[in-house]
Design a protein around this ligand. Structure first.
Ligand code: UDP
Length: 329
């Protein structure tokens, strides 16, 4: 396996690169470093490049004899996607189409694709199984759904073998403490809660407490980033062993409300965290909880991290030791 990981310097990408590297796989991390961090790349080969740069992509595929791609490089913020849809269509759709074209032109047919729970929108029931209707409520989810459709078509017409992984809420950090979550600006719940706990911000703002849930705040399924990383390896191995193109959810199957996450974080850090209720964030569905039975049954995926406090603890270690993220390196 010679694997090209686009977005290999990003949050989930860097955890996957590190895991694959530890397993002895040949990994080439490819990232334009617009959002990613060079210090997050824990493998021997890093190429600074953009997924729109067909020539560099082609050279990289040839030089390192790439046979498989894991494609993370994308914009992934719900709120931002609602404000800047053009940026999301351009990068997530056009950029991915470009990557697919270069891959296929060079005979690379195995692809693991980062998709998202946001493709479902407001689900008609939970836990969400892969067959439920896809009605994204935000631009980010829609760009990913469009690419799932394109890959299905390319699979039929050009022999692309892909597995799309629909992540629920990625969180936590590698336990060795050398990589973690660092977005600028940060918009994800757990890092923001921990930044508030560490005095990096005044409070955590809760986006709406009038949702149809037990405590009125949104419920999400939080999954540790290393459990996600492992799923990418299993998916790639399955493709190489002849598994046909497919789509899988990745979550813990348990939902936590925003308030419950803050409560759990308070227990981890050992003191209260100031919170305030503000208005809803556009595009947020009330409840997203995954059924991950399909990938467990088909590929033998198991979650190592199931306790939310344990997950938050891994993130806390990273944030405490690197309050300014990779700028501290
Ligand atoms: N959230 C919040 N305050 C924040 C950030 C997020 O209340 O400062 C909520 C958000 O509305 C959602 C949940 O926390 O219900 C998880 O949001 P996040 O952005 O982490 O992930 P997403 O679900 O958008 O992928």
């Amino acid at each position: 396996m010679n694997i090209l990981v686009t977005g290999g310097a990003g949050y989930i990408g860097s955890h996957t690169v590190k895991m694959l590297n530890k397993m002895g796989k040949n990994v080439v991390a490819y990232d334009n470093l617009v959002k990613g961090h060079k210090d997050a790349v824990k493998c021997d080969v890093f190429v600074k490049g953009d997924i729109f740069d067909s020539e560099l992509l082609e050279d990289t595929i040839k030089k390192y004899n790439i046979d498989s791609v894991i494609h993370f490089a994308a914009y992934s913020l719900v709120g931002e996607s609602m404000e800047k849809p053009m940026m999301y269509y351009k990068n997530n759709v056009e950029g991915t189409l470009n990557l697919l074209e270069v891959m296929l032109k060079n005979g690379v047919k195995n692809l693991v694709f980062s998709s998202t729970a946001a493709v479902y929108g407001e689900p008609e029931r939970v836990p969400i199984t892969e067959d439920l209707p896809k009605n994204p409520t935000n631009v980010y989810g829609r760009t990913k759904l469009i690419m799932e459709g394109a890959m299905e078509d390319y699979s039929r017409s050009y022999g692309l073998n892909y597995i799309a992984l629909r992540y629920f809420n990625a969180c936590g950090a590698d336990e060795e403490g050398d990589i973690g979550e660092d977005h600028n600006p940060e918009s994800h719940l757990i890092p923001l809660v921990l930044q508030a706990a560490l005095g990096k911000r005044d409070s955590i703002k809760i986006f709406g407490d009038d949702y149809p849930t037990n405590d009125g705040t949104c419920i999400r399924d939080y999954i540790h980033v290393n459990d996600l990383a492992m799923a990418h390896y299993l998916a790639l191995e399955a493709l190489i062993n002849g598994h046909k193109s497919d789509v899988y959810n990745l979550g813990n199957g348990v939902g936590f409300s925003v308030k419950e996450i803050i409560d759990a974080a308070e227990e981890v850090v050992g003191h209260p965290i100031k919170r305030e209720i503000v208005s809803r964030r556009p595009g947020d569905p009330a409840i997203l909880i995954a059924s991950s039975e399909k990938i467990k049954n088909d590929l033998g995926w198991k979650t190592k991290y199931t306790d939310i406090k344990e997950i938050i603890r891994t993130a806390y270690i990273w944030h405490k030791n690197n309050p300014n993220g990779y700028d501290d390196k």
